[in-house]
Design a protein around this ligand. Structure first.
Ligand SMILES: Nc1ncnc2c1ncn2[C@@H]1O[C@H](COP(=O)(O)OP(=O)(O)OP(=O)(O)O)[C@@H](O)[C@H]1O
Ligand SMILES: [Mg+2]
Length: 459
């Protein structure tokens, strides 16, 4: 606790003096301000660990300061002093993230307890922030956690493609695998990083708007076009444009897009002159564009133009121990959000996570842990804290005859991997035993374990 700095904002000299006397005895460094103006000046120069804030100040109210703190660069808890027990102010203050409030006249013991709690929260936050940074440095890449072989390949591909100027990129992968993060990494690792990255979610835009959003329009091009408007392609000039959910784009827009992708040239709606831009186009989809081409709803020529470079985001179930690494990362992240102290998952939860199929991938893992941390308590996340969404409960048919085969079911790859995991679990990770359970040789088992990246968990 020694050496932490408290900023006391109060216009009453006597209160400032008595808090300084008391709190310096406890080993705190004290900074002071008697007006809001002075308070902001102190915050610009210093980075205190805590603020004690009076509600009424000569040049405004404590609420103004809270708002400033919430939106500013300093991250610090604020304890508010209120002269009278004003619940309306307290409610407003709580909404603005005040840590706690203490009524005047100040009871020093009460204030000490609140200060202790607030500083502990800050320490925890700083620790967690440090952990997350370290974790990313060790295991991550531009905000993406992972060190499994398929992710190493992704990181390698992103680095290479990022440096390749304006090459068009198609990012494929199931929902929630991190396609958007990959697109951001591509932009920020490229020489275009100082220029705009414009992100467009095609499926979120109404069909009638897509064209004018992308290409802009001239004044009077249609009834609502009161002024000329630049489209996203023009705004992204020099930078990157990310077209998310490209599979949903209409045939009409596909034609126009094809021209931009080929020539980097287009016309605004209602316009007559060509506009040429320098943009890197990154498109993403979780659908099979090949299938859409067969159905006749996606143009093959556009597909080939977009798929010059391809980055495929692997599903979480194929990422081995990344599942646990990501879980640990999210546990820390949600500890911070919900002020919890979870340290790890129980062994049972880990096994459950490693065998679950994760159809919603990382997004699902994140959601499952958000719920677990929010509602749970203690230090270990146990299976009772975990709730998978019903449709995705881990399940495997016991009889091959009942097994469902089809688009929304498991692939042979998934089934084989699942069978290997089950056998290894049942055999307590004894390989000879697991091989007997599967009625295959130990060598075959080893070969397959390697193929599915299952080596790490076994003897
Ligand atoms: N490697 C990773 N490390 C940490 N967080 C990740 C990683 N990959 C994805 N996430 C997180 O998972 C969530 C889903 O990722 P993202 O939105 O990039 O997926 P997506 O592939 O674009 O999904 P969709 O197809 O549904 O749009 C986000 O909250 C993202 O921050
Ligand atoms: Mg996405």
């Amino acid at each position: 606790m020694l050496g932490e700095t408290i900023l006391n904002v109060d216009d009453e000299k006597l209160i400032r003096w008595s808090l300084r006397e008391e709190l310096s005895k406890d080993g705190f460094n004290i900074l002071e301000a008697d007006t809001i103006k002075r308070c902001y000046a102190v915050l610009r120069e210093h980075d205190p660990d805590l603020m004690i804030l009076d509600q009424l100040l000569p040049d405004g109210t404590g609420i103004d300061v809270l708002y400033h703190v919430q939106t500013g660069k300093n991250i610090l808890p604020v304890i508010m002093l209120t002269a009278i027990d004003r619940s309306d102010v307290a409610v407003q203050a709580m909404k603005l993230g005040v840590f706690d409030y203490v009524t005047k006249p100040v009871n020093m013991e009460e204030l000490r307890i609140v200060i202790g709690k607030a500083l502990e929260a800050t320490r925890l936050r700083r620790q967690v922030a440090h952990f997350l940074k370290e974790q990313e440095k060790t295991f991550g890449f531009c905000g993406m956690i992972g060190s499994s072989p398929p992710m190493k390949k992704v990181f390698h591909d992103i680095t290479k493609i990022a440096q390749s100027g304006g090459t068009t990129v198609l990012i494929t992968g199931e929902s929630g695998t991190g396609k958007e993060l990959a697109a951001k990494a591509l932009h920020f690792l490229s020489e275009r990083r100082e220029k705009p990255l414009m992100m467009v979610n095609i499926s979120a835009l109404p069909e009638t708007l897509i064209e004018s959003e992308l290409f802009g329009h001239e004044k009077g091009a249609f009834t609502d076009a009161k002024t000329q408007k630049k489209g996203i392609f023009e705004l992204a000039d020099g930078g990157t444009i990310f077209l998310d959910e490209i599979g949903d784009i209409s045939p009409k827009v596909q034609v126009k897009l094809l021209r931009v992708v080929e020539q980097k040239t287009f016309q605004r709606i209602g316009g007559v002159s060509d506009i040429t831009v320098d943009v890197r186009i990154i498109a993403a989809t979780n659908q099979s564009l090949e299938e859409r081409i067969c159905q006749g709803s996606f143009r093959a020529d556009l597909y080939y133009r977009l798929n010059v470079a391809n980055i495929h985001m692997p599903p979480l179930r194929e990422r081995g121990d990344d599942i646990l690494m990501l879980a640990e990362y999210f546990v820390q992240e949600f500890n911070m959000t919900f002020h919890k102290r979870f340290k790890d998952l129980t062994g049972e939860t880990k096994q459950m996570f490693l065998t679950y199929q994760w159809p919603g991938n990382i997004r699902e893992l994140k959601n499952v842990l958000e719920r677990a941390i929010l509602l749970g308590d203690g230090e270990l996340v146990s299976p009772k804290d975990i709730e998978f969404s019903d449709i995705h409960k881990p399940q495997m048919s016991t009889s091959p005859r009942d097994m469902e085969i089809g688009q929304n079911s498991y692939s042979l790859y998934d089934l084989e991997k699942q069978a290997l995991r089950r056998a290894l679990e049942q055999a307590g990770y004894n390989q000879s035993k697991a091989a007997r359970l599967l009625r295959i040789s130990r060598d075959t088992l080893r070969y397959r374990m390697k193929k599915y990246g299952l080596n790490q968990h076994c003897d």
